[in-house]
Each structure stands twice: as structure tokens, then as C-alpha cells.
Design a protein around this ligand. Structure first.
Ligand code: MF3
Ligand code: CO
Ligand code: CO
Length: 260
């Protein structure tokens, strides 16, 4: 899981310089696909992924732009200055999954867009900091919800983090809202994602006709960040880290990470 996590994060490091005005999301998909397959020797988990009730996912990554919440399908869309885009990477290496996403700003962002991306990153880390044996999933959800709503934003309810390992999406569901002390108790050795989707406006979403892309109902901006986390005896370990993964403490203001 450490190897898969690092590889997923390294795909984001690799693609970052290509996220520029004028690039299409399908070009980003092709670059990532080729990197995962030819350089890393990984399988892109999204490609042909087909949960019950869905059609097979047609691409190797998800690119969710502006008011797209998640599962944006790469295509002919040209990124322009001022856009924000979530790139979500899931690799399979030696049978294990690593799942991570970041927000990227295309050219200089508006003040509102930058703040949404930063607060959403902080929400992810507020959740991560709750992770330790004996804590609960409700503690994670509550920390995320509290920080989002204190900043005037809303939490998407329909999608959640998930257990992950040899299977892409498994139990438990990791909700990004909730009440402290409720829900499943965490224990060392569990691996799951935390991946809050935070809207600048109302929380409601809608699915596009492609059967995958999720957008905000009110067309407000949406942001998401994701890490794959291991519960350790003393707290947590973030598995989706790499050379260039963002220095969250700078954005977050926390003293230090409890790692390992
Ligand atoms: N990577 C997404 C997640 O965080 C899932 C994408 S499923 C896909 O769980 F089929 F859309 F790729
Ligand atoms: Co995930
Ligand atoms: Co993901």
C-alpha cells in the first residue's frame, strides 16, 4: 500500500507542469495513462471501472473542472486561465490500490477559487488529524464539516471516502460530515481514503448525461483533495506522499504531522 500510494502521488507530481491554459483534459489523461503504464508499470484503476449501475469508466483519470464535483471524464474541454481542476489518480501496483487527488489552479485563480481550494485542503487535513486507534469515523466527518461550514462552504453528502486495499472501493464508507464519537471505531492496520468534496454554494449535486460527471446543482465552484491513509498504533500515516506532494502544514498552520 505504501508503494501504490507513493506511485499515485508521483503521477500528480508528474502531471502538475502540464496543467496550463490551452491543454485539454484528454491530453492530461493520455499523459497520465502513459506514465502509469509505461513508466510506473501500474494499472490505471479507473479505466473500465464499472460499479453496479454504472457504465464502464472510459478514461484513466478523473478531471473535475470548476463546478464539477468529482468523476469528471477527460475530453475535449480546453483549460483556461482562472479554472480550477481536481485531478484524481488511482493506480494498482502488485494488486494494491493507491488513490489521491489534488486541486490545480490554471493560471492565477480568483480570490474565491483560491480560498475554496485552500479551505478544502485544510478540511482533508482536519480529517486526517483525527485518525488514531480508538477514534471514530464520526470524529473525521465532524472535523471536516465543522471547518467547511465555519468558512461558509458546504459538504457534498452523496460521495464519501472508502476502505481501499486489494479492492478499489470497500467498507467502510468514510463520510465527510457527522457527529464526534459516532460510527465505526478505528484500529491500527485499517487503510481508507479521506476525500472531502466542498462546494462554495449549496451542497446539492446532479449527475451529467455521461453517467459519471457530478456537478453542483447551483453551478457554484467545488473542490476536492484526497489521500489514502493507514491507521497506525500511534495515529496515522499518509500513504499517498511523494517528493512534490504539497506541504500541507504551510497551508494548514498545524505544528507537525503525527506520522507513523
Ligand atoms: N478515484 C475516485 C475516488 O476517489 C473514484 C473514481 S471512479 C472512476 O474514489 F471510475 F470514476 F474513476
Ligand atoms: Co477515493
Ligand atoms: Co480518488
Amino acid at each position: 500500500m505504501r508503494i501504490a500510494g507513493r506511485l499515485a502521488s508521483e503521477v500528480l507530481d508528474y502531471i502538475a507542469p502540464f496543467v496550463q491554459p490551452g491543454v485539454t483534459t484528454e491530453a492530461l489523461d493520455k499523459l497520465c495513462h502513459d506514465y502509469m503504464v509505461n513508466v510506473q508499470g501500474c494499472i490505471p484503476a479507473p479505466l473500465n471501472y464499472c460499479p453496479p449501475g454504472y457504465s464502464p469508466y472510459p478514461k484513466s483519470i478523473c478531471t473535475s473542472v470548476n463546478h464539477q464535483v468529482c468523476h469528471g471524464v477527460p475530453g475535449a474541454k480546453v483549460l483556461k486561465s482562472g479554472d480550477i481542476v481536481n485531478i484524481d489518480i488511482t493506480v494498482i501496483k502488485d494488486g494494491y490500490h493507491g488513490d489521491t487527488s489534488r486541486m490545480f489552479c490554471v493560471g492565477p485563480p480568483s480570490v474565491a477559487a483560491r480560498r475554496l481550494c485552500e479551505v478544502t485542503h485544510q478540511c482533508l487535513w482536519q480529517g486526517i488529524e483525527q485518525v488514531a486507534p480508538g477514534k471514530t469515523l464520526g470524529d473525521i466527518g465532524h472535523a471536516i464539516q465543522k471547518h467547511a461550514e465555519a468558512n461558509g462552504f458546504s459538504v457534498v453528502r452523496e460521495f464519501c471516502g472508502h476502505g481501499i486495499g486489494k479492492v478499489f472501493h470497500e467498507e467502510p464508507q468514510v463520510l465527510h460530515y457527522g457527529r464526534p464519537g459516532t460510527g465505526l471505531q478505528l484500529s491500527a492496520g485499517m487503510t481508507f481514503t479521506i476525500e472531502p468534496m466542498i462546494n462554495a454554494g449549496r451542497p446539492e449535486i446532479r449527475e451529467l448525461a455521461d453517467g459519471w460527471t457530478i456537478v453542483t446543482k447551483d453551478h457554484s465552484l467545488s473542490a476536492q483533495w484526497e489521500h489514502t491513509i493507514l491507521v497506525t498504533p500511534s495515529g496515522f500515516e499518509v500513504l499517498t506522499v511523494s517528493e512534490a506532494s504539497p506541504d500541507w502544514s504551510r497551508l494548514h498552520g498545524a505544528a507537525e504531522a503525527r506520522v507513523g
